[in-house]
Design a protein around this ligand. Structure first.
Ligand code: SF4
Ligand code: SF4
Length: 190
């Protein structure tokens, strides 16, 4: 398929809101995502996230840069779950924090990479979906404006870089601490 046709086709991919990816895999978040969720829900950060072990993740390759070194081992920050589902997924499979949902959730099931000039480099359906680790029931619909999802990709790069710089600082500290200390380090005091 020609490059332009492929791009147009991928821009027509729509989430069918089956809720599967809101159960597995775990939605990892940065402190920027978490700040928006705390503001939106009015709940303390510690109630919204869990620090997961590596074995909780389907795809072990993608988590290396997100590792947080705590006094009791390495963890990765992701949205909490209840009965194996994201705490924000309603019974009728709606995202109850849609306006404040993490960046990762905004482009799913697509994955974009961008150039240093913030231009589109690559766009794909996520590997985890192509290799059928997650049974995604995406559909095709109206073509989305490239600019909109490109903006999410740019925001993702900025916020992920900023989170990774925080993690590097935290991981270099002699005093490690646990979840509460880590969240306080990120600026979440309660
Ligand atoms: S925040 Fe919303 S879209 Fe993201 S995993 Fe949770 S329920 Fe799904
Ligand atoms: S698995 Fe696919 S169709 Fe289902 S909620 Fe996730 S992105 Fe949407």
């Amino acid at each position: 398929m020609k490059k332009n046709e492929r791009l147009k086709k991928l821009l027509k991919v729509h989430c069918a809101q089956c809720g599967t990816c809101c159960s597995d895999p775990i939605a990892t978040v940065t402190h920027h995502d978490l700040r928006r969720l705390v503001k939106h829900t009015g709940k303390p950060a510690r109630n919204l996230v869990k620090l997961y072990t590596c074995s909780d993740f389907i795809d072990q390759d993608e988590i290396e840069e997100d590792l947080i070194y705590l006094s009791y081992g390495k963890r990765i920050m992701g949205l909490r779950k209840l009965d194996e589902r994201c705490i924000f997924l309603s019974k009728d499979r709606q995202c109850t924090v849609y306006e404040a949902r993490p960046i990762l959730c905004r482009t799913y099931p697509l994955e974009l990479t961008i150039t240093e000039e913030n231009k589109l480099d690559e766009i794909n359906i996520r590997d985890i979906i192509l290799d059928k680790s997650v049974s995604c029931k995406y559909t095709y619909g109206k073509q989305k404006p490239l600019k909109k999802i490109l903006n999410y990709a740019v925001q993702d790069v900025i916020e992920t870089d900023s989170f990774e710089r925080k993690l590097t600082k935290w991981n270099k500290r002699a005093e490690k601490g646990g979840k509460n200390e880590f969240l306080a380090f990120l600026g979440f005091k309660e």
